[in-house]
Write a protein of this length. Structure first.
Lengths: 351, 563
């Protein structure tokens, strides 16, 4: 199987973090892969020891640090960088891109474009034109139109161990979905198709909010009943918020929605979960963030989602309560009490 | 009151091609038979791809016959050919006979039937451009328009025979005119105007001629051909007919192939991508993708079939037409409200025959109701702007090769689904261009402000209950109106600075004067005026529905929050 596809063009991965490295390894089973990293030292390390971030590197992966070279050699590129650096990365990559390129990203976060001098706190309202998903950033910054995204329950560590797992490739273009599927699929990794690109992206972003709440419940010592309640009500809230932001209901019920949500809410290692856990133990947000290496995407997402929910008049009880816990002076037990007293008890009203 | 545009740069443009013989549309009509055969043949190929088995094809043909017979029973028009009934009855008989037989007994029979249908459709759709009648129609319009205009304007005996005023004083063409002329020389232009009135077709024909462009092939609704005077002009202007009643696969494919091949052969084309006149009076938000997709497909095919680098490029040019007054407004808005109120089908109705149209034209020339036509920047088939050289450019101004959009693994590939997405992208771009190049008139703005103010006062009512309010109860004190008007006008200035809309020069200046202009012009010739002043000088309406129609023109700019 590999011999034929290896003769085709190599594929590129931008971003040699945990997820980027693991995806590069998965792709390397089917094709030659160029893995772009900013850091020279990391590249030397991969060349010398065939290792990065504790993962062994497949022999088909070649580290590279020249974007022009990457875009010149690869028609299909997987950008895998955190949302806060995504636009800057695209600005650098963009001059080398052409309309024949296919970009499939794996970043779960929003990009915010505010007028000069404004911050998320100072701005009067936040609407969809200021909140961009990563596929929209790609289209803003480059001529590439054939864009897709990867989303789903993909914990890098488990993927690296070749445990069974699945992902969704979403795009408006069948061509992109089929390409992604051909490149990623192996006997331990299922690939599902979805054409609601924006819905899948948003599902991946919003689930981080619920993950923080899930951590908080664990921090209070609550068990599975509470989590079950949170996950199911959280899913409903994601549907409402997601629809306001331009996704369809279906995307939230699939692998990238429920699938990813359940996984993240049950994984104590995730950064978002940890934030919630430590909040419930009585630490302040500042203390927690100060000694975390990377920003948990979910904290930012709560701020953005709260503003958007206000603007679009969406019922988002968990998000707005969590906002009060994170940025105002509500405590986690107060928040739980508040939510449990909520009188609105319709189970499902979005189908 | 007469509105005179200050910046009226209208001038006479020289034709870009010397003789009619050089026009692509003439070449097309000269080889009409070969062309139609090619259309039919390729449309059949396409249909056979879509319905690959004998059974599927027969099912499709049976559906087609059923729908056609239904249409003839329910909704016959004057233009429909007399032998229709006979034709379809015969096809039906043949189909019945065919289904009784096995495939071996009559191989290929179903394809023969398909060919009959497609050929018939192709001939029905095809326009018939004749240089002699084109010239004649053009002269007639010009001559009579000018006579009418002068007779009406200069109130002196004998003025009827002078040519002091021309249409150019009446219709203002603004925007990227030079660019359009250049692009028409460099490649094939697909012009896509907004559609508000039946008059659009004639108006745009005049515009094309006034700009010195060769005749375009036109996609015109078949219903227009019911009106004899229109039918004559349209036929001679190279129009092809789009029949919206025929919603069957063979018809769609034949129509699209006609447009596709004509564009590929370099005939400049024009169709209204909204599909039908805007019922609500707002600028189109959703376009029909069928004909639009033919531009994308034609471009891909040109790349596919031409190996050299000088592939003829296709340029999409959005155009907005701005009226103070739309003849059909009361009926259009009635349709719209009916459909919105309860989802039901409404047949295309034209309550205006030749006589009403001529009367309208006369009013149009005698009274001060100007029309402006804004030509947008050229786009490639992906919706990228092009520069004066016809090269596509990205947001940062670098040149893009349009060919790259159709590449996969270094070769041009045919991917229907990909092109569907491209068509959708193009349509979104066209819609946003419509809003951007739209010109706000004083009449649009007074209608918008008054309607929004009333609606705000009755914010508890839904739209339909609001529209049922008795008109006598509605009155806005002038001072209050004037203040709001100024506030919204200011916002339009801001939008213009942000590059989101244009406004006519008459919108500027003393607010009282501008409001007066607006009131004088908004739907002036309707039986019941949508907006006027009463004796106290306050603002009142006599027809809320029609006011709603004119108000809708400015929906979509988020101006409501400034009321």
């Amino acid at each position: 199987m590999t011999s034929k596809s290896l003769s085709e063009k190599p594929v590129g991965v931008v971003g040699a973090g945990n997820f980027g490295t693991v995806i590069a390894n998965i792709l390397a089973r089917n094709r030659k892969v160029f893995l772009y990293g900013r850091n020279e030292k990391m590249i030397m390390q991969i060349l010398d020891k065939r290792e990065n971030r504790g993962y062994k590197i497949h022999k088909n992966v070649t580290p590279i640090n020249d974007m022009a070279d990457l875009a010149g050699q690869c028609e299909v590129i997987f950008p895998m960088v955190p949302s806060e650096h995504f636009r800057a990365m695209m600005k650098k990559l963009s001059p080398h891109l052409h309309p024949y390129h296919i970009l499939i990203h794996g970043t779960k976060g929003f990009d915010i474009q505010l007028p000069k001098g404004e911050t998320l706190e100072s701005i009067q309202y936040l609407d969809r034109s200021q909140v961009r998903t990563m596929s929209e950033v790609i289209q803003d910054e480059s001529v590439v139109v054939r864009v897709g995204c990867l989303a789903g329950p993909n914990l890098a560590r488990e993927l690296a161990q070749r445990q069974p797992g699945a992902t969704v490739v979403a795009s408006h273009f069948n061509e992109v979905i089929q390409t992604g599927k051909r490149l990623l699929r192996n006997d331990r990794f299922q690939v599902y198709e979805n054409n609601d690109l924006v819905g899948v992206e948003i599902a991946g972003v919003l689930k981080n909010i619920i993950a923080i709440a899930s951590g908080a419940l664990s921090g209070l010592g609550y068990g599975e009943n509470a989590r079950g309640l949170l996950i199911s009500r959280g899913a409903v809230e994601m549907v409402y918020l997601g629809r306001a932001l331009g996704g369809n209901t279906k995307a939230f019920l699939g692998v990238a929605g429920i699938g990813d949500l359940v996984t993240t809410c049950n994984s104590p290692m995730s950064r978002n979960f940890t934030v919630g856990y430590r909040l419930a133990k009585g630490e302040t947000l500042k203390e927690i963030l100060d000694d975390m290496e990377e920003v948990a995407e979910g904290v930012n997402t709560v701020r953005i989602a709260k503003k958007c929910a206000d603007f679009y008049n969406v019922r988002a009880l968990i998000t707005s309560t969590l906002y009060k816990v994170l940025f105002e002076d509500m405590t986690v037990p107060q928040a739980v009490q508040y939510l449990m007293r909520n009188p609105l008890n319709v189970d499902i009203d979005f189908l | 009151m007469e509105i005179v545009e200050k910046k009226n740069k209208n001038k006479l443009y020289k034709p870009i091609h010397e003789g009619i013989a050089d026009w692509p549309v003439y070449q097309l009509s000269k080889n009409r038979k070969e062309f139609l055969d090619e259309v039919a043949q390729k449309a059949i190929q396409r249909i056979l791809q879509l319905r690959p088995s004998r059974k599927l094809l027969i099912d499709e043909l049976e559906t087609t016959v059923y729908r056609e017979q239904n249409r003839m029973k329910r909704n016959r028009w004057r233009v429909d050919p007399k032998d229709e009934n006979k034709f379809w009855a015969k096809i039906k008989d043949e189909l019945v006979e065919l289904s009784a037989r096995t495939p071996d007994e009559s191989p290929g029979k179903e394809e023969e039937i398909l060919k009959l249908i497609v050929l018939r459709y192709a001939h029905e759709i095809a326009g018939n451009f004749k240089p002699s009648s084109y010239r004649f129609a053009r002269e007639v319009t010009q001559f009579w328009f000018a006579r009418l205009l002068n007779g009406a304007r200069v109130k002196k005996f004998g003025a009827f025979f002078r040519s002091r005023y021309t249409l150019r004083d009446k219709i203002h063409i603004v925007g990227k005119v030079k660019m359009l002329r250049r692009l028409a020389r460099k490649g094939t232009v697909v012009m896509v105007p907004t559609h508000f009135s039946n008059l659009d077709s004639i108006l745009i024909g005049w515009v094309i001629h006034a700009l010195g462009l060769p005749a375009f092939i036109y996609g015109a609704g078949l219903n227009l051909f019911n009106i004899k005077i229109f039918a004559y002009f349209m036929n001679s202007l190279g129009a092809y007919k789009v029949d919206r009643r025929k919603k069957n696969l063979p018809y769609f494919e034949t129509l699209k192939m006609y447009s596709n091949l004509a564009i590929q052969k370099g005939a400049h084309s024009l169709f209204f991508p909204g599909g039908t006149r805007s019922r609500s009076g707002s600028i189109e938000k959703q376009l029909k993708l069928g004909l639009l997709s033919t531009a994308v497909e034609a471009q891909r095919n040109l790349y596919l079939e031409t190996s050299s680098s000088d592939v003829r490029k296709i340029f999409v040019v959005p155009v907005t037409l701005n009226y103070h007054f739309v003849l059909e407004a009361p009926d259009l808005i009635e349709d719209y409200l009916q459909v919105k109120g309860q989802d039901r089908y409404f047949p295309e109705q034209d309550n205006y025959g030749s006589f009403q149209l001529i009367r309208y034209l006369f009013k149009f020339f005698t009274k001060g109701s100007n029309i402006s036509v804004s030509i947008g920047r050229g786009l490639d088939v992906l919706g990228n702007y092009v520069n004066d050289e016809g090269e596509s450019i990205d947001a940062k101004g670098s040149v893009i090769d349009t060919r790259d959009y159709f590449l996969s693994n270094n070769s041009i590939t045919v991917d229907k689904q990909r092109e569907d997405v491209y068509t959708r992208m193009l349509s979104q771009k066209i819609v946003s261009e419509y809003h951007r190049i739209n010109r706000v008139f004083a009449s649009h703005l007074v209608a918008f402000v008054a309607f929004e103010m009333w609606q705000r006062k009755h914010s508890k009512l839904d739209l339909f209950s609001f529209l049922r309010l008795p008109e006598e109860d509605l009155e806005i004190p002038y001072a209050e109106f004037c203040e709001t008007f100024k506030r919204v006008r200011k916002e339009i200035y801001n939008l213009k600075d942000a590059g989101k809309v244009y406004y006519a020069t008459h919108l500027k200046g003393e607010a009282d004067l501008v409001i007066q202009r607006g009131l004088d012009n908004v739907g002036t010739f309707h039986l019941k005026r949508p907006l006027l002043k009463n004796k106290k000088g306050n603002i009142i309406t006599r027809d809320l529905n029609t006011l709603y129609y004119y108000h809708n023109r400015l929906v979509g700019y988020d101006l409501e929050k400034f009321i």
